[in-house]
Write a protein that binds this ligand. Structure first.
Ligand code: BTN
Length: 251
């Protein structure tokens, strides 16, 4: 499989049995990488999740994968990129015949209403000149319920789906799709992805509650704007919210 990976990609794949974190590995080596290089590990001893949480990464159960990308225009142009990654992931899974996928702003992927995958984008560099992005993706392929119980949420298990691809095929397809979509994003921005996002947006048209620290705001979800901000129709009209410490629930 390692050989299949290497021969199917036009980019380098750094493959490990075990690593602290595939994101951390690429971040450490940014100066030697070219856009599209990926890193995969079978096990992560210190997997990272969003909001500083750790990402439980049992041996062989998930696809733990990161891709490097150099953003020529700088960090300030990266907003909305996590939505692009979610769109890429959905397209790849659909190409294998997996349906019933949904996305929750800003970038969680759901299968049959349970979380299937998470995305963590980390970067180093400048706001307005070239910056280094590492896009990390964890997809649950066959995590057993007992392992899943260690994580406080319901998990969807891809291996239960008759269309489940092999991890290698999934990684190859994902790398190619991400590469193509990032290129499109650099040329056209997020507007090229808004239709794809809306098609699978779990909250679109629904009444939702946005939790921001101690505040909460209710409204009808109107999708996202061209910067990736969430649009909510509130009593005071349509308002846009950017990422960070925000979480979205059905109201
Ligand atoms: C989330 O909190 O939902 C995002 C989780 C992202 C996990 C992936 S697994 C591969 C990559 N390496 C890491 O350390 N984290 C990401």
């Amino acid at each position: 499989d390692e050989h299949k990976l290497a021969s199917s990609l036009n980019h380098r794949c750094f493959y490990f049995n075990e690593l602290p974190s595939t994101n951390a590995f690429l971040l450490k080596h940014v100066s030697e990488l070219t856009s599209g290089d990926i890193c995969i590990a079978e096990y992560q001893s210190a997997g990272r999740g969003r909001r500083g949480r750790s990402w439980v990464s049992p041996y062989g159960c998930h696809l733990y994968c990161s891709m490097y990308w150099k953003l020529e225009q700088g960090m300030s142009h990266a907003s909305g990129l996590s939505l692009v990654v979610a769109c890429s992931l959905v397209k790849v899974l659909q190409s294998f015949g997996i349906d019933d996928l949904g996305v929750k702003w800003p970038n969680d992927i759901y299968l049959n209403n349970k979380k299937l995958a998470g995305v963590l984008i980390e970067m180093s560099g400048q706001a307005d000149s070239e910056c280094h992005l590492v896009v990390g993706i964890g997809i649950n392929i066959s995590m057993s319920q007992s392992q899943g119980d260690k994580i406080d949420q319901a998990w969807s298990d891809l291996s239960a789906n008759p269309s489940c691809p092999s991890k290698t095929d999934l990684a190859i397809a994902l790398q190619k799709q991400l590469h193509q979509d990032f290129y499109t994003f650099e040329q056209l921005g997020l507007k090229a992805f808004l239709a794809r996002w809306q098609e699978v947006d779990v909250f679109f048209g629904k009444r939702v509650k946005l939790l921001m620290g101690d505040n909460q705001i209710e409204g009808i979800c109107k999708g996202v704007d061209e910067s990736g901000a969430l649009l909510l129709e509130t009593d005071e009209g349509i308002k846009a919210f950017v990422g960070g410490e925000i979480s979205l629930r059905s109201a």
